[in-house]
Design a protein around this ligand. Structure first.
Ligand SMILES: Cc1cc2nc3c(=O)[nH]c(=O)nc-3n(C[C@H](O)[C@H](O)[C@H](O)COP(=O)(O)OP(=O)(O)OC[C@H]3O[C@@H](n4cnc5c(N)ncnc54)[C@H](O)[C@@H]3O)c2cc1C
Length: 438
């Protein structure tokens, strides 16, 4: 039996706490918040497949429902494409606080302890190895520490550079969003096109997205920019959305604040001696969407298996199979999708409009993009698209270059070194990161 600390009651951390406690380990989760305020007071989307294969039992159905399809609106509302996902592929909109509470209850039932109201401040390192955590309630030591503290983790940002783990990422790899729920004006009909969930790509020409979701009772509004956001931007977005959707009321009934979401490929190294990083702390969200729930859950099982196989010897080399399996399960795809995200954010608005209007990127492609999957466009189809692109050869070349780099990043992701070797890992990471150099 090992003594294991999970720092942060995030999704992956709570998942791994349950798995490890079930196997008889002494597991303690330290969380700065409270049980009643875990996660967020809203619904987020998560693919239903997380419940397949016995990974996780389904929570009470009262906390989720099948989400309605997205409609993507191109910059300056030139084109709107509805993404009609097949029914089984529609995500489950899941109440976040209740879902985290479900995971916390499950971890407790398995034998884990969760201590609330403890803020982790720093790693404790002895003889070059992680041995514990410094918190506002004192120091705690363990055989293994799992970091689930989110993108700005107080542990990961302070571990020595020599461990090869990236402390910080570029600001333009973080999505700064404002999200708030407005009351809905009574008797005012919804949009005439019947589309309720609209995502505005590069809304008003900015590097980011906005959304407006009308559930008939409340209106969920998000105004997001990559790299930084301002109240002025949020006010402009809300004013514009109100003009377009007169049903949006004046009162914010829930949330109404700024949040940060990682939108990049995962860390190229997520383990060190006695240390593993999971969830947003390891940048496991789908880069284009900022969705991290499903990957956190998949990663929790992968990490629990790697820990079991390590058999009490928690060296980086023994924990490393976790990172390999993560890259094979979803990390390589996320690396590919990261490239599409960069292209969408950096290309001119006019080009996105033309691409969406001409069908160069069609609904079925957007379905894949909206699920964070790879775009494989068969040769015949590409030629067909080329015919459409003849009037805009520059765009076609740009699209082709984007698709090639999207695949290159994916393939490099799959080539994650099979065994732990810092020098080999650094070489691989450099190759992968090079695809993203501007
Ligand atoms: C507006 C918004 C919309 C989103 N929509 C979706 C969506 O639709 N689908 C989806 O899959 N994902 C979505 N996400 C992302 C999703 O919320 C995260 O990917 C998910 O929460 C997993 O992150 P995590 O649990 O690893 O980290 P976090 O959610 O950041 O959790 C970290 C935990 O650690 C705790 N903590 C942090 N610092 C300390 C400290 N110093 N000491 C102690 N405890 C600490 C925090 O209180 C928290 O409980 C969205 C995020 C936002 C902000």
């Amino acid at each position: 039996m090992s003594k294991i600390i999970i720092a942060g009651a995030g999704i992956g951390g709570l998942g791994v706490a349950a798995e490890l406690a079930k196997k008889g380990h002494d597991v303690t989760v330290y969380e700065k918040g409270t049980y009643s305020s875990l996660a967020y007071d809203w619904h987020d989307d998560m693919e239903e497949q997380v419940y397949d294969g016995g990974l996780l039992e389904k929570p009470d159905p009262s906390i989720y429902f099948k989400k309605r399809p997205w409609a993507f609106v191109s910059p300056f509302s030139v084109a709107t494409t509805l993404v009609r996902q097949p029914e089984p592929d529609l995500d489950l909109s899941t109440r976040r606080t209740e879902f985290s509470q479900f995971l916390a209850d499950r971890a407790i039932k398995a034998g884990a302890k969760i201590v609330y109201g403890v803020a982790v401040q720093a790693p404790i390192i002895k003889d070059g190895k992680l041995v514990g955590i410094k918190t506002d309630k004192g120091d705690f030591t363990a055989d293994l520490i799992i970091d689930c503290l989110g993108a700005y983790s107080a542990i990961r940002t302070q571990v020595p550079a020599a461990w090869g783990i990236q402390n910080a990422v570029n600001e333009d790899e973080m999505f700064y969003v404002w999200r708030g729920f407005f009351d809905r004006k009574e008797g005012v009909p919804g949009d005439a096109d019947g589309l309720t969930n609209k995502v505005y790509l590069k809304h008003l020409g900015n590097v980011g997205i906005s959304w407006c979701i009308d559930d008939g009772h409340e209106v969920d509004i998000l105004a997001g920019l990559v790299g930084g956001n301002t109240q002025e931007h949020v006010d402009t977005v809300i004013a514009e959305l109100k003009k377009e959707h007169p049903f949006i009321g004046d009162k914010i009934v829930r949330a109404g604040g700024f949040y940060r979401i990682p939108v990049r490929r995962p860390l190229t190294l997520m383990v060190a001696d006695n240390y593993a990083v999971i969830g947003d702390a390891a940048f496991m969200t789908i880069p284009l969407l900022g969705s991290g729930l499903a990957s956190g859950i998949y990663a929790s099982r992968i990490l629990a298996d790697a820990i079991e196989n390590a058999n009490g010897d928690y060296t980086a080399a023994k924990l490393y199979p976790y990172q390999v399996a993560v890259y094979k399960k979803f990390g390589a795809v996320h690396a590919g999708v990261d490239y599409i995200k960069n292209w969408l954010l950096n290309t001119e608005c006019d080009r996105i409009n033309k691409v969406m209007n001409s069908g160069l990127i069609a609904e079925k492609d957007l379905i894949k993009v909206s699920k964070g999957r790879m775009l494989f466009i068969p040769i015949g189809e590409l030629l067909g698209k080329a015919a459409k692109g003849i009037k805009m050869p520059g765009i076609l070349l740009e699209l082709n270059d984007m698709l090639m780099k999207h695949h290159k990043a994916y393939k490099l992701g799959l080539k994650v070194p099979e065994t732990y070797d810092l020098a080999v890992n650094a070489k691989w990471a450099a190759k992968l990161n090079n695809v993203f150099k501007k």
